[in-house]
Design a protein around this ligand. Structure first.
Ligand code: NDP
Ligand code: 8X3
Length: 267
């Protein structure tokens, strides 16, 4: 059964990787999608593909369109402006996918940079909080809605030099758990989907555009693809209203922990 068709879903970080894959998967299942991210050209390109999915040109089911809104989730006033824009457009989101996020650098804590820490904390924690604070009240008022936070295996296991990135994902895990307590007397659900290694632009961003260094992360490893995480997000969203998948950990088969990874076998 498709419980996603006809829903309106806001997806942050929709210009690349997991967010882009979520947009396309939701559109394919007939949702109206609202895409957020900073890169306007990419937003437009992903929205065009989502619309094609909805028209059934690529096998999707009819849906309600794709809207774009360029936004830096660290801009608190901008997030409030986005919520106002939704109201003015008469859009009441059924779904919020808090996916925008990043890691910067891979350093020992005592060698890390305060700028990198600020960027991770402001995006992964405060950006997610502000988006949630802006859209969750409407869901509570309507007594319907679902927030899915894209967490990480780094919310469960810390790995060397992953310190502040892991701290932000531990925070997301705590916030998901805490919000579920606060939402207990409503029909609004909050979930986190926590992936292991996914092949996206994540490492390119982490290593500030060093493509060679980024490539090493995925070399000889059968990492998850963004579509795999989008599938998990859709599973969580498609669950019957009585079911709240509070947390789902999705790992590559070759990675049983951040410390235990099998290299791809030679062909
Ligand atoms: P990508 O770098 O491919 O995509 C990141 C997305 O986040 C982009 O769309 C980017 O858009 C957006 N984004 C980043 N900063 C901001 C900001 N300040 N404001 C608005 N949008 C922003 O990485 P992934 O797809 O891999 O990452 C998505 C999520 O998945 C992150 O939360 C990450 O922590 C998590 N994750 C990733 C894993 C991996 O191995 N790749 C594993 C586990 C979790 P733009 O630059 O256009 O603003
Ligand atoms: C991002 C993936 O491998 O750095 O959450 O934990 S990893």
């Amino acid at each position: 059964m498709n419980r996603i068709r006809g829903k309106t879903a806001v997806v942050t970080g929709a210009t690349a990787g997991i967010g882009e894959a979520c947009v396309l998967a939701l559109a394919e299942r007939g949702a109206r999608v609202v895409l957020l991210g900073r890169r306007r050209d990419r937003l437009d390109a992903v929205a065009a593909r989502a619309t094609a999915q909805q028209r059934g040109e690529t096998g999707g089911q009819a849906g309600g369109g794709a809207l774009v809104y360029a936004l830096d989730v660290r801009d608190r006033a901008g997030v409030a402006g986005f919520a106002d824009w939704l109201s003015r457009e008469g859009i009441a989101p059924d779904v919020l996918v808090n996916n925008a996020g990043l890691a910067r650098g891979l350093d020992k804590l005592h060698e890390g940079s305060a700028e990198d820490w600020d960027e991770m904390i402001d995006t992964n924690v405060k950006g997610l909080l502000d988006m949630t604070r802006a859209l969750l009240p409407g869901m509570v008022e309507r007594d319907a809605g679902h927030v899915v936070n894209v967490g990480s295996i780094a919310a469960h296991v810390v790995y060397p030099k992953g310190n502040v990135y892991a701290a932000t994902k531990f925070a997301v895990r705590a916030l998901t758990d805490a919000a579920n307590l606060d939402l207990v007397d409503t029909r609004v659900r909050m979930s986190s989907v926590d992936p292991g290694l996914v092949e996206t632009e994540f490492s390119l961003v982490r290593f500030r555009g060093n493509a060679g260094r980024a490539r090493q992360t995925y070399e000889d490893v059968e990492a998850l693809q963004p579509e795999d995480v989008a599938d998990a997000v859709c599973y969580v969203l498609n669950a019957p209203p009585r079911v709240n998948v509070q947390r789902m950990i999705v790992m590559p088969t070759v990675q049983r922990s951040p410390f235990v990874m099998a290299k791809r076998l030679a062909q």
